[in-house]
Design a protein. Sequence first.
Length: 229
Amino acid sequence: MIRVLVVEDDPQLVRALKINLQARRYEVQAAGTGADALRLAAARRPDVILLDLGLPDMDGAEVIRNLRGWSRAPILVLSARQTSEEKVRALDAGADDYVTKPFSMDELLARLRAATRRQKAPAASRTNEVSVVTTDEFSIDLVAKRARRGERTVRLTPTEWHLLEILITHPGQLITQSQLLLEVWGPTYGENTNYLRVYMAQLRRKLEADPSHPRYLITEPGMGYRFEP
């Protein structure tokens, strides 16, 4: 059973989420504050987290950054904040998706299913029999889902992994923006190229020696991205 942690201080929304998720055989825990969310996440190790940004004790982005210090569980933000700056800030902190309130329960459940599929899908199914990719700067073990720079382990979120896997399993090939958005985020994100910019910037900061002048994760302006081995 998939374990979901709902981090939300609106009791009515928590109740609605619990009813809908439990009816679909998810195991649900709820937290009304950021501190309780971090405590429950450490104790119960949820498979996916639904997180409101407007918590009473701390900003949701701070909760995300704390979680990303040790957890790779997908984080879906649920927020009434609709500006692109807020969305980018949450994604940059380590969130995997952003759902604006009010939302349809069907849409949320579809995004939840997509997030858990990305988390559980075996990397080997699309590695074209290549399990480890090594460059002068970093190495990626696609089966173990482990990234390293020298002796240091690099923590990547599930969405960062998904994006990176697509690129490095097609070395030298241009992968268009629309292909990446469809594969990683789904058909409703076809115009959200800002997501790609945020996540590619995060990957470069984590993997490239000089993120402002990347050697391996290359942008083809107006077209897409490619991994240059």
